[in-house]
Design a protein around this ligand. Structure first.
Ligand SMILES: Cc1cc2nc3c(=O)[nH]c(=O)nc-3n(C[C@H](O)[C@H](O)[C@H](O)COP(=O)(O)OP(=O)(O)OC[C@H]3O[C@@H](n4cnc5c(N)ncnc54)[C@H](O)[C@@H]3O)c2cc1C
Length: 439
């Protein structure tokens, strides 16, 4: 065959591939769904990604993993805890298999500077019986354990010793590699244009390199998921909100430090990465809500840095407790768009009226922690139709009322209306509301 003829065969619509299941989206949720499908016995699973693996929000995640449902995030309950427990043991096993994805189990530490913050934010966490080895720490112990929090700047802390972190992009690559080794196929740089449906059943997807026939399609496109399902008359009530991760130059930080979160200083979060400080805050200023009901770019490299400038402002204030925030001289930034739902819980399950169509999304900035559990849940739903536990209802795509027709409706449910105001400038930025904090 001549080169010209081969090229011709790759033209749109000219070739038909087949798979038992197609997963669209090579972020951490898609990689986990694909892996769990193949491990649940689905023979030919094809993961299709328009770009490279881990190029979307999974490139920017901070990667904290822990038991957030044990009283830290009010909207998360037993179902999230079940996902989180499974996630922690899943990542530990992946690391035991020899994958290097920055997995560390140094603990999750929350710290406060005032009694009020302790009362308002950490009492439920301290009272929860779900984490039996949790410990309350005094200022000296916090300084010793973290190496970066000053004893003089904090009042008290709470430690979950078995929490930790991973590199979100490297974890995505590890999941994808295990998927491939288990017999899965990955097609990169192959955007899906449409999901094909006939007589109420999924029959495949159309890509820019031809059709892929399949009776099972899992949409794992993160913030772009609605672009694909909207044409089918479906709108998933979730809004993409920009969040940013900052990494400094190597500051020789101790590799043993736990993740650190303050329910103050705009919910600042920090951890060590190769000696550098990886950190961020929950900001509400531009471009946080820039893509609600608007077109989302395919990559985030060119996003405005207002939120990062605001983060630096907050960092300067937080230096009373974390002096290293005045010491760095260099930074790199990555942005992502975690998707928030009205009740802040994931959207995982089958479509009501289209047999064979599934979605895994609505990460609420907890997708790294929940990816293994949600991937397992999707696989259970696909293989048996009935998951082996009752968690599916909590994440069901059908649980929302018809009140949510646009991103703005979701935003208002989340924030009690702040989203309807014009985006704030960096100097006028206000602290993030409790309701939207992720991990
Ligand atoms: C600053 C920040 C901090 C965070 N911190 C944490 C944390 O500490 N802990 C935690 O658990 N979570 C955290 N998160 C959230 C976590 O990173 C996300 O939940 C997770 O990465 C979302 O993964 P995803 O697979 O849903 O989306 P994505 O990674 O965005 O993947 C979607 C993929 O779909 C592809 N795609 C889209 N449309 C198409 C198409 N038509 N055809 C083919 N492919 C398509 C995209 O290219 C993309 O690769 C954080 C996020 C950010 C931004």
């Amino acid at each position: 065959m001549t080169t010209g003829a081969a090229r011709c065969l790759r033209q749109k619509g000219s070739s038909v591939d087949r798979a038992d299941a197609v997963v669209i989206g090579g972020g951490i949720l898609g990689a986990s769904a694909a892996l769990h499908l193949v491990e649940a016995g689905v023979k030919d699973v094809l993961l299709v990604e328009r770009d490279g693996l881990a190029q979307g929000t999974s490139s920017a995640g901070a990667g904290f993993i822990g038991m957030w449902g044990a009283g830290y995030i009010a909207a998360w309950a037993g179902e999230e805890l079940e996902m989180e427990e499974y996630g922690l043991s899943f990542y530990a096993q992946l690391a035991d298999e020899g994958y290097d994805f920055g997995f560390k189990r140094n603990g999750n530490l929350w710290a406060v500077t005032t009694e009020d913050t302790w009362r308002n934010h950490l009492v439920p966490l301290a009272a929860s019986s779900r984490v039996t080895d949790k410990r309350i720490l005094g200022p000296e112990e916090i300084e010793q354990m973290t190496g970066i929090v000053s004893a003089a700047g904090v009042l008290r802390g709470l430690l979950h010793p078995s929490g930790g972190y991973v590199s979100a992009p490297l974890a995505t690559l590890a999941l994808a590699d295990r998927f491939r080794r288990s017999g899965g196929r990955i097609a990169l740089r192959r955007p899906v244009d449409r999901i094909l449906v006939q007589d109420g059943r999924v029959i495949g997807v159309m890509t820019d390199q031809g059709r892929i026939a399949s009776g099972i399609v899992v949409v794992a496109c993160g913030a772009w998921s609605n672009n694909l399902v909207r044409e089918l008359g479906i709108w998933l009530p979730m809004v993409p909100l920009v969040a940013s991760r900052i990494i400094t130059e190597n500051l020789n930080l101790p590799a043993s430090m736990p993740t650190i979160m303050f329910p103050e200083f705009a919910f600042i979060w920090l951890r060590e990465e190769n000696g550098a400080l990886l950190w961020g805050v929950d900001y509400n200023c531009h471009p946080h809500a820039a893509f609600v009901d608007g077109a989302l770019p395919e990559r985030f490299d060119q996003l405005p840095l207002d939120g990062v400038l605001y983060s630096q402002q907050v960092g300067t204030q937080a230096a009373v407790a974390i002096p290293v925030l005045l010491r760095y001289r260099s930074l790199t930034v990555a942005h992502g768009t975690p998707c928030f739902t009205p009740d802040q819980r994931g959207i995982i399950g089958g479509a009501a009226d289209i047999t064979g169509l599934y979605v895994i999304g609505g990460c609420n900035e907890g997708g790294v922690s929940h990816a293994p559990g949600w991937g397992r849940l999707i696989a259970e739903l696909v293989v048996s139709g009935v998951p082996s536990n009752p968690v599916a209802d909590a994440f069901s795509p059908q649980r929302f009322s018809s009140d949510f027709q646009r991103g703005q409706d979701v935003l208002e449910a989340l924030h009690g209306g702040w989203g309807s105001r014009a985006p704030e400038s960096d100097s006028g930025a206000e602290m993030a509301s409790v309701e939207t904090r992720g991990v």
